[in-house]
Ligand binder design. Sequence first.
Ligand SMILES: Cc1ncc(COP(=O)(O)O)c(C=O)c1O
Length: 469
Amino acid sequence: VQKTWAISGVDLHLDLHGTRVRAALEIALRDAVTTGRLAAGTRLPSTRALAADLGLARNTVAEAYGQLVAEGWLTARAGSGTRVAGRASPEGRASRGVAARSPVPPGGGPPPAARFDLRPGSPDVSAFPRAAWLSAARRALGGAPFSALDYGDPRGRIELRAELAGYLSRARGLRTSADRIVVCTGFAQALAVLCAALRGRGLARLAVERYGLPSVWETARAAGIETAWLDVDGDGAVIEALPSAGAVLLTPAHQFPLGVALSARRRAAIVAWAQAADGWVIEDDYDGEFRYDRHPLGAVQGLDPERVVYAGTASKTLAPGLRLAWLALPGALVDDVMAAKVLADRQSSAIDQLTLAELIRSGAYDRHVRRSRLTYRRRRDRLISSVPSPVRVSGIAAGLHALVELPVGVTEAEVVADGAARGLALEGLGAYAATAHDHGQALVVGYAKPPEHAFTGALARLVAVLSSG
Ligand SMILES: Cc1ncc(COP(=O)(O)O)c(C=O)c1O
């Protein structure tokens, strides 16, 4: 169905595919603004008028406006309606993915700066243990042979792989050894080299949770691997109805973004599947160190080290900017993954690896993780006790983010836009839906992200947003 309407003499075309009316409306409006067809300052029709013109629900129009306000393309002020933002330009904006949904103001004009940020993905980087890192770096480099600075084993420095093997076994229950660990430049690269290796061995399809990180699906597809979707319920990924696939990627400790843990029964079942089907389980243990209420849930890898590929990262325990992550591999995959790592970048930075090895060896890494766990647990408790009553917080047993479930009738777009207007960056659950976003409207709140001094302000703004309307 095609609909055409005019705003200030500019014709806009709307392609309505099935039920995705709101997305189509957003696209038509965004397109008109980014191409300059709708000039800065142009006043848009009221939601009531446009809804009547197009035969849509008023809420649908309000949500589309809200999303574009959140993205900075439109501005909304009481009394002057909704207008095209000043000097909106497409330069420097991501064209898709999570970044495109962030409330980054268009170039020019005073930005409604997001002073506070509760989007998920990062720890509090202002708590990075600078002094401990510097002294570990000094010790590590001081004691390293010159050969450490030459080309070396593509798996990474033996000092780090040996420390990681010990750490992962005591902290996460892994059964592994230094010769099966490959240090990578973030989980991002770890997944890319793993996909390259598995594709080379004939893997055609990877099953993934249908709420997750879009970059994960894109990485698989870039390697020539198709994705198939798994539902997620209160026990984690639903693996009883596993689509035909040669491998499954899961976030068992704390599903990203829904926050549930994979139940013991499903852990056993997925490993039994891998054994029977000659398949692989990829375990993304991105925030496994952070568990608050129960005893630590060990990694699935411990159930079968020959079938489960474990992926860990320093992005949550230390800082994403380090770009340090690691794979603990089944013996059968080591050579292929090493070959893919050589092609990707030969090896990761030796000095950073030596430093992390020394940080772990000295106990400073464990101390930092313990301290962070206490801080984030306190923040999580404050989040839970602060949200107004019809709002529910779930996914709280672990990790650095929680799901803040909105009451019926309240949409993510409205809440994200309201947050942006108050200087608070928020992210809706819809940003992580691979298929229909049918889980209920919710925010994925990264409570670890603000620096300690800004957490109270961020939380107060979130509560204000959730209490209004
Ligand atoms: C689900 C998930 N996996 C892995 C990572 C870590 O990625 P990287 O190590 O590339 O920073 C993140 C970080 O945001 C994540 O959310």
